[in-house]
Design a protein around this ligand. Sequence first.
Ligand code: PLP
Length: 376
Amino acid sequence: MTKTKAIPMNDLKRLYQRYQAEIEREVANTLRSGWWLNGAAGKKFAANFARFVGVSDCVLVANGTDALELALAAVAGLGEARKREVITTANAGGYTSCACWHNDLIPHYVDIDPASQLVSVQALLRAASADTAAIVVTHLYGGVVDVRAIRSGLAEAGLSHIPIIEDCAQAHGARIGGEVAGSLGDVATFSFYPTKNLGAMGDSGAILTSNETLARYVRQLQQYGWSSKYHVGLPGGRNSRMDEVQAAILDILLPDLETRNAQRRATLLRFKSAAGRRVKFIDGGDGAVAHLAVALCDKRDAFREFMKERGVDTDIHYPVLDCDQVGWSNLPMKGIEYLAGSRASVGRICSIPCYPDMTSDEIEQVCGALAIWETM
Ligand SMILES: Cc1ncc(COP(=O)(O)O)c(C=O)c1O
């Protein structure tokens, strides 16, 4: 063994150091302004992010789970009350499931395509019915679901009224057929959790849409259901806001998102070239943004131990399918008997460090370890 520098799954101090001067200046300006919520920084970031994604409206909220919960509340609230099912996958960390149950909606799980770990479009179309309130597609690990194929399949089945929500928490700047994730469905949700491709320095999230009615509904729900200050026009509202400091920080990082996504992609490509037989990296498509470098591997425990001995941290995203979570075992759900691909993958997936500020020495150290494992 040559070098054994410890390589963590992420190191956000490096991000801070890279942007330190700008961040400290803008954070100080924001604090000095004496206006810390619902102000100019939020307006500016929302407009810039909507333009980047290619939609007309961006509503800033407190985190990505709130974004999902509010988007689901809005589409369910605008739809027919008797439709309660939400088609989604069981392998995406539980955020959509959580948001469903908070809205008294029922997750209807469908299987994935193991090579991409994204929803199987065929399985999704088989599950869509007159009871479907919404579809949530998760652009997992930075890969992009083929929303156009879903739309045309729904149209053929006479179900084109079903709203599609894109969960873009792992896919800032990802593309499919030249179109940006977040502009493909009826409404999109984002998380800016610190480790995301576009991450804040605390919690925050956003809901994007080009549907004016939806945008208005979400804005009301996000602020107590107010139609105007202190006047409640809708039930089911609550408070979910992004603060001005986070918006100012995100606006500094947004212009570099594409460059930093390209760095992630290049790192993942290096890993792919060092592996392939025992460790098969997930392929999220040409426009994917390598939010995580996730591989399917045999003998996962031994592989993780092997990487650890060589200083490389690993993780599992995610170790338990939503339908198998102990705490959710008594909640309503559908589709759990048809998840063979999800079940076959959950014991084999493994994430390897992949973030833009990794040094080339670190990338080579990971590749060296992968290459040895391949020969064993
Ligand atoms: C796919 C996905 N959806 C939703 C979320 C929820 O975002 P947050 O942590 O900001 O609530 C996350 C991440 O944490 C995520 O990875």
